[in-house]
Structure formats: C-alpha cells, structure tokens
Design a protein around this ligand. Sequence first.
Ligand code: AMP
Ligand code: ZN
Length: 487
Amino acid sequence: MKEKRSLSIYNSLSGKKEPFVPLHEGHVGLYVCGPTLYSEPHMGNMRTFINFDFIYRCLRHLGYQVKYVRNITDAGHITNSAGQEIDSIGSAARLEQVQSLEIVYKYNVKFQELQRLYNLLPPTIEPTATAHIQEQIEAIELILEKGFAYVENGSVYFDVQAYSKSFHYGTLSGRKIDELAQETRALNAQDEKRFFADFALWKKANPEDMQVWRSPWGNGNPGWHIECTAMSTKYLGKQFDIHGGGMDLKFPHHEDEIAQNCGAFGCNPARYWMHANMLNVNGQKMSKSFGNFFLPKELVEGTSPLFKKAYSAPAVRFFMLQAHYRSTLDITDEALSASEKGFERLLEGLSLVGGLSPGTQSTIDIYPVIAAAEAAICDDFNAPLLIASLFDAVKHVHAIQDGKATLNAEDLAALTQFFTTMVQGVLGIETPAKEENHRLAGVMDVVLHLRQNAREQKDWTTSDLIRDGLAKAGIQVKDSKDGTSWH
Ligand code: AMP
Ligand code: ZN
C-alpha cells in the first residue's frame, strides 16, 4: 500500500458518504453488473462501464489490490419496466432466426471492441450466466431450504412475505411493500406468484425456449437476479466490499440480489453499494425501449443525425468523466464540442510537459495542485474535480513554457509524473500513438494536395467534399495566407 489516504464512498445503502474500510486490508472485492448481450451496447451503457472503469483505476491508484468481477448476462429472464419477466436474448434469437448463444457471441464481440475503443481495463474475471447454472441452482436450493422461496408448477419464486418476517425487503431502494402493491398490476388468475412482489428464481421452460437447463424442478431457465448472487458469491464470497451498477438497477435487480443473499447466507452481499447515474438525451434516460439511443460507433464515425461531426473515443471518454458518476449527464452536440476544447487543452498540456526544461529553482508551488487531485479521487471518485486540478496544472505548464515560471528538476519530474499518471493511468485517456500520428500526417499530405489541385482548377465540389468529409471525421482544415493547416 502507498501512504494511506482516506477514501470516502457514497453508499447507496445509507444515502451518505462513508469512510471506506475494506473487509481485508489492502484488498477490494468489486462486483459490477455487466451488460445483457441481446443487442449492441449503446452509449448509455458505455457511460456506466466507463464510470466503473474510472473507479477501478482510482482504487488501483490508491494502492488497493482489486478483484473486479463484471458479469455478462447471456441467459435468464429480465424484468421489464412493466414488471414482466421477459427473455430478451431468446426473443432476439427468434427474430434473427439464430440460436441464443449466436446472439450473445455476436454482441459480446462488439462489447469487447467497445471496451478497447474506450480504453476500459479488462475486469479480473468476466463470468457468464450460462457457465454458472449449477451455482445458480445451488443458491436457489439454499433459499428454498431456508424457507424464503416456493416451487409452483416447475418454477421457483422468492417468497417476499416469508422473507419480510426475518429481514427488511426494500433496504436499498427504500420501497415499501404496500406502496409497491399500488404500482404493480394486480395478480391475475394465470399468475403463479403468491404475492405481487415475489420474483422468479427459476422459470419453467416454455415450448419456444431455445436455452433450457435441467434442474430439480424440471427443465427451465434461471431468473435474472440469481445469476449475480451465484457469481458474486463464487468469486468474491458471501460478502464483499463494493457492488456497483447503473442507477436503474437499484430496483428491482439490486434489491432482489440483497434479498437472495440475505435469504441464502444471512448477510447483505456488499458493504458499499454504488450507483452510476444515467446518460440522458433531452432529459430522458437513453434507453433501447425509448428508441432515443445511439451507438458508440455512430459517435466515432460521425454518422448519428444528432451530431454534426465525429468525436474521437478519448474525447467522448473525457466528456463522460467531466460529470460526476452520481450526476445525470445530457449528451448534446454543444456539450460534446465544448468538452472537446477542454480535452484538447489537456492533451496540449500533456504533450508540452514532457518537453519542458528544468530551471535552477522553483518559482511556483505545484504540490497544492497534486494534493487537490488526490483529494478529488478520495472524495467519492470526483472526476470533474480531478479534471479541474489538471487544468490548474496546465496553467503552470503554460507559465513555464512562456518563461513566466520555472521548476527545478525534482519538481518538474513530479509535475510530469503527476500529469501522465492522472491523464493516462487514472482518467484512462490515451493519446494516439506517435506512429499513428505520423501515418495520419502522411495521409493528410496527400489529401490536402488533392484538395489544393481541385481548388486550382476551381473544382469547388471536390474541394468542399474533401473539407466536409474531413470535418465529419473530426479533422478541421484551416486555410490562411501561410498555407493550409489541419488539426
Ligand atoms: P443492461 O444491458 O440493460 O443490463 O445495461 C447494462 C448497464 O448499463 C447497467 O448497469 C445499466 O444500469 C446501464 N445503463 C443502461 N442505460 C443507461 C443509461 N442511459 N445511462 C447510463 N447507464 C445505463
Ligand atoms: Zn446484477
């Protein structure tokens, strides 16, 4: 461990920032609910994964050895906004007339590409639900043994009323059972549940189901929530440090995970529950079901009608981290292009700092800036405050560059180390490799030469086509009396 700093985390369980005390000193067990791979992850999904990647990087920066488990949901029935349990992977497979795992595999390849694009560190383990059916069955058996579940016609349901005699259902979301009753449609005659708040642990197979597993209750599929209980227990234990996910998973998914864990093992699975807030479009949560979503690649390629131009993946990652993970973030062309200017300023600072020469003495104190950045990380992973301190560091870099300030060799080395660690290691913003820049410069020479030829021949259509095409790809061309430049 590095020198001890006191990290505080906003715990959704208490609704307060709390000092972080790990179960085992120097170690953190972190579980984050991963994607359901029935379609390509949208930009909203990516915001949550970027936020938790940042949190993971911060914990490592603070010296913790982190075991980061993020699952992939490739089976199971998900509860939709109307409270119905649906098999979204099976539905997608039937629609595309392929097998369920073909759907999952196709979108997992995309998801892995997106993780590389947005520079997400791979989790320690990425377990799948289908590879843990046995563990899910065992967890259900344990809950049945404890008397918190019942079998009904080949399905198993969690018994919220029985559970409520020993534990408090609603401890995370604050939902009260009688309020839930008013929200939820009345049980109809076909419902097998005894109580409206009961939820499926195991669902009897339907004739159209493509993925079916054998269980003590007959052929069927696991419910949605039980996979996280089974996998978090297997890899992190009955209780671990931090459980995360998007805010929309707080209820019912996380509430039901807590109920399952308490039911099976008598304890809340996590000591700290963290929820990342939503990426919005015009104030509304980006969601596949609202139809207001766009794909990460549309942003990078500049093909979304919502945006006038393309935005590079590091610029988008920076934009995401300019908002605190607990705040909502509205994604607009204006907000992205304003953030892109800051992003370029930061990258400029990063490239300048490496080329500065030390003076004989320091005329400025850079340590308060470094301390502010460290404090921002420890204050519930405050990325916007961290970025603000980096902008203060950029001011110092410019002052030194302009000869208005100097740093001795030791302080300059500290500033350079701080800058690269924070931008690349903690914020996870990688600048394009030198080799790639070099190759791009070669291509741009050719393109601008062709544009110049077109202009000389007064072929404005071609010259505009080149300029607009480059703009879409995020490259601005500027003509001046000294010639043409691009960035
Ligand atoms: P899903 O594949 O729907 O289970 O979602 C994967 C993750 O993305 C979950 O943690 C969700 O909470 C999160 N998520 C879904 N929509 C958004 C959004 N608009 N903004 C941020 N996170 C989201
Ligand atoms: Zn989960």
